[in-house]
Design a protein around this ligand. Structure first.
Ligand code: AMP
Ligand code: MG
Length: 522
């Protein structure tokens, strides 16, 4: 369906009954903050109510997210359940979906938009306003052929991973809770509907800018850029060319995000430009995965047949996406004249340059930290490269090997029994011994002490990541009506650097996990 701002703005008033006013925190969401996106005008949003989801129930909630938002302790009451399930709006609440476009798998896809996410309002968090969104709240003018729904399975995955990433210290949109109902949703099989309440200072994507550039709405593009700079990147306003400063800022943030993804072994799966956050947040959790065995070519999305978004390609794909963003910003720097455009394109390319250096240095720093190296030496890059080559050759489990490396006894020989848990992960013992001798020499060079280094390393090498089989276990129980495993797993993932009580949470994936397939269908 094409977006017609006139009809969208006139969308019918909420069908759902207003909630009783017993949940004061919900009322705060009706306050239109000065930076509220709909103020940009009708070309940017469609105002419409959610589609009710009958007889909803709570599935899970994140105490850490509620804390981050600064919600009152009693936020989870009957009214909240209704509102967060799209069944009721507080009087004065205006929910809306935004329009964006994007490149999907490298191809221009045209108009997309919030096809199943509705902005509920802005919560005045302790660190500034935070937008709350209902993902799966029904059709919008941007739903195209979709039903506007999300299924329980994918909602649990998004919920758990958003919170797991935050606990790992990786920038991400957050997830407050999941609500669900028996409302049927057709995917490959018949499933049931759920809604994730997600939260972020802004959900603006590269695709929002691409939309107005590709539809030649240059005034709107300018308004969008000014809005974003004013509210989210104020330091850029001081620069001689704010748009260039903005592109550099996004490039820098995206580069550090990519280094964090790579370092922890996270694969996003659908790095289309409409899933790239203008704030450098991990955004839109679909067929994501964490590496089990270290395989640089790993493709987590079953639908990505060419491997465009394979693990090792993610940094390059982010850079590709930044080029698409730069292209979208071009009309803000140049008119139609060829010479003007060439000069502006060059400036934008220069502004993107910061990406490579920031990614390379952030990645090197992240891997130094994973290996427990406290100082910087020229040969570190080759030590790291050879380590990763060793892991890749035998598909050594990426999370487990780094966790065991935290306990490496540098005063003993590589083949000493105390180092066996580490060494036993390799068939190529000679290769391991040779690398380890270099590592030992490197540690000795900086006077590294095992106990201190181990403490440091255990703060950057998680014991637990959200492997597919862990998510799958929680999902299967939830689909059978028992949500306790979702909540238990959330608790474990919220302390990823601690040894979990259940050793299995930090263990190797079971054999059946190899056959799990995750695709875009959600
Ligand atoms: P994604 O691949 O999940 O990032 O989604 C790409 C586009 O499809 C976005 O515009 C989404 O809002 C839209 N979309 C995905 N799933 C649905 C759905 N079930 N109903 C409506 N729109 C959807
Ligand atoms: Mg998306």
């Amino acid at each position: 369906m094409d977006f017609d701002p006139d009809s969208a703005a006139l969308a019918s008033p909420p069908a759902a009954a207003p909630a009783a006013p017993s949940a004061p925190w919900l009322h705060a969401l009706t306050q239109e903050h000065p930076r509220a996106y709909p103020q940009l005008g009708e070309r940017f949003v469609a105002v419409l109510p959610p589609e009710p989801m009958r007889e909803p129930h709570w599935v899970a909630h994140s105490p850490a997210c509620a804390d981050w938002l600064g919600l009152p302790v009693d936020w989870m009451d009957a009214d909240s359940l209704q509102v967060l399930s799209g069944n009721a709006l507080v009087p004065g609440m205006r929910t809306w979906a935004s329009v964006y476009s994007g490149h999907q798998f490298g191809v221009w896809a045209g108009q997309l938009g919030d096809g199943r996410a509705l902005h509920l309002g802005e919560w005045p968090g302790p660190g500034g306003p935070i937008e709350l969104q209902l993902k799966g709240a029904g059709r919008t003018p941007f739903s195209r052929m979709g039903d506007g729904r999300a299924v329980l399975r994918s909602s649990i995955r998004e919920f758990l991973c958003s919170e797991a990433m935050a606990a790992l210290g990786i920038p991400s949109t957050r997830a407050l809770c999941v609500t669900a109902s028996s409302h049927p949703v057709q995917r490959e099989t018949l499933e049931t509907a759920a809604i994730v309440t997600r939260a972020a200072p802004s959900f603006l994507r590269f695709g929002h800018f691409e939309h107005f550039a590709h539809t030649d709405q240059h005034q709107a593009l300018q308004a969008l850029a000014s809005h974003f700079i004013r509210h989210f990147a104020p330091e850029c306003a001081e620069a001689p060319q704010p748009v260039l400063a903005l592109l550099s800022r996004v490039s820098r943030q995206t580069a550090t995000l990519m280094a964090q993804w790579q370092a922890v072994g996270f694969c996003h799966g659908v790095m289309n430009t409409d899933n790239m956050s203008m704030l450098g947040l991990t955004l839109d959790y679909g067929p994501f995965g964490f590496l089990d065995g270290f395989d640089p070519g790993h493709i987590c999305n079953h639908s990505d047949q060419q491997g465009r978004y394979a693990y090792a390609r993610q940094p390059q794909m982010a850079f590709w996406n930044l080029h698409a963003l730069a292209q979208a910003l071009l009309p803000l720097l140049a008119g139609e004249e060829e010479a003007e455009r060439t000069a502006a394109a060059e400036q934008l390319r220069d502004a993107l340059d910061v990406y490579r250096d920031t990614f390379a240095s952030s990645m090197l720093e992240a891997l130094r930290a994973k290996l427990g190296l406290a100082s910087r030496q020229d040969e570190d890059q080759s030590l790291i490269d050879d380590w990763l080559r060793l892991l890749a050759a035998e598909r050594v489990d990426y999370t487990i090997i780094h966790r065991r490396l935290c306990h490496f006894d540098s005063r003993q020989a590589p083949e000493a029994p105390v180092n066996a848990p580490l060494r036993d992960l390799f068939l190529d013992r000679e290769g391991f011994d040779a690398w380890t001798l270099r590592y030992q020499a490197r540690l000795a060079q900086e006077g590294s002490r095992d106990v201190e280094r181990s403490t440091r390393m255990r703060r950057v090498n998680p014991a637990v990541v959200l492997r597919n089989h862990l998510a799958e276990g929680a999902i299967q129980q939830a689909q059978a009506g028992d949500f306790s495993e979702v909540q238990r797993l959330l608790k474990v993932l919220s302390r990823p650097f601690d040894e979990p009580e259940q050793a299995g949470d930090a263990g190797f994936p079971p054999d059946w996990a190899q056959h799990l397939q995750v695709s875009c269908s959600s």
